[in-house]
Design a protein around this ligand. Structure first.
Ligand SMILES: C/C(=C\C(=O)SCCNC(=O)CCNC(=O)[C@H](O)C(C)(C)COP(=O)(O)OP(=O)(O)OC[C@H]1O[C@@H](n2cnc3c(N)ncnc32)[C@H](O)[C@@H]1OP(=O)(O)O)C(=O)O
Length: 286
């Protein structure tokens, strides 16, 4: 296994700052994608948790996109040679809501790069820390794990359950149909040109998936929306890990189970019942 510190040491600590005016237009577009007709999204209103992902969009010129649709590596992100990029997980703490229509800044730092060996082959994890500021006040702290995989065997399409298993006591759930219209709108809202999310022949022939891949952040947003609608309390912390990809081939289920006064366990269940994403929220004290 390579010694990361020698290969990519100069990328650790690399920083990038992005300014955004947190336009109301994008919040309204996100609400439309999520079928949310209730939330007040006027200028000065609080941006719902995780909706900051619809801002601070990449501004890389078209000519600097790689064949997969992501910005070419070797700029902010290190030149990891494994071609299959995925969003592996994230952890974050919400200190104050970002306010719609007011200038904000995102400061990004490459925190860590780790090479690992997994069941799917060689993996390189890049952890990026983000601080989101408004009026010089830290509103959200976040750490994302991006994974790069070496090419491997095609990912199989699993068998669908005839029926979803019963929910744990106190849990609530939704069935999500991840059709290409939803995936396209999420790609557009996040300005994410990765072809695995909208270009079926590319996703299947080049990256070996059985269909279009559901964005990890989309699944995370849907889990958070379930908490926002069903638990309806401010969230202080959120974390998630993507365990297996979801595709546009069949509906999946998202589940929120209260653990105690302050915590809920969240899960996205693949059509075969396997846990595709595991997440948790810590709620603000009552
Ligand atoms: C946006 C965007 C991209 C996307 O949205 S892509 C779609 C969303 N992401 C996914 O669907 C990822 C789903 N997860 C997987 O496919 C697999 O878990 C993964 C990441 C390929 C790893 O699978 P393996 O079976 O090869 O790994 P192992 O379970 O054997 O573990 C090996 C070591 O890696 C660590 N690890 C595994 N998964 C994660 C994870 N999600 N986050 C952090 N670390 C992970 C695991 O702990 C093992 O570590 P050890 O130290 O114990 O060796 C966009 O690109 O922007």
């Amino acid at each position: 296994m390579n010694d990361v510190t020698t290969d990519y040491a100069e990328w650790i600590g690399r920083q990038e700052t992005t300014d955004d005016d947190l336009s109301q237009t994008l919040a309204l577009a996100a609400a439309a994608m999520l079928d949310d007709t209730q939330t007040c999204l006027g200028t000065g209103s609080a941006l719902p948790p995780l909706w900051h992902w619809f801002y601070f969009l990449p501004r890389v010129p078209q000519m600097l996109l790689g064949i997969d649709g992501h910005p070419q590596r070797g700029g902010f992100m290190p030149p990891i040679p494994y071609p299959r990029r995925m969003f592996a997980g994230a952890r974050m703490r919400f200190h104050h809501p970002l306010l719609i229509g007011q200038p904000a800044r995102r400061a990004a730092t490459i925190r860590d790069i780790r090479l690992k060996s997994g069941r799917s082959g060689k993996l390189a994890f890049v952890s990026v820390c983000y601080g989101y500021y408004q009026d010089d006040r830290l509103c959200i702290e976040e750490e994302q794990d991006i994974v790069y995989r070496e090419p491997g065997p095609a990912v199989a399409c699993t068998r669908m359950l005839d029926e979803w298993p019963p929910l744990p006591a106190g849990a609530c759930a939704r069935i999500v149909t991840p059709d290409p219209r939803l995936l396209f709108r999420f790609s557009a809202l996040t300005f994410n040109a990765h072809r695995i999310h909208y270009d079926r022949p590319y996703a299947m022939k080049e990256e070996g998936y059985p269909g279009l891949v559901v964005h990890g952040p989309l699944t995370a947003v849907l889990l958070m929306e379930l908490v926002r609608q069903e638990v309806a309390r401010p969230v202080q912390e959120f974390s998630f890990r993507g365990l297996t990809p979801l595709f546009d081939l069949a509906p999946f289920r998202i589940v929120c189970t209260p653990v105690n006064e302050r915590q809920c366990a969240l899960e996205a269940q693949a059509p075969d019942g396997a846990t595709a994403m595991r997440a948790s929220v810590e709620l603000a004290p009552v």
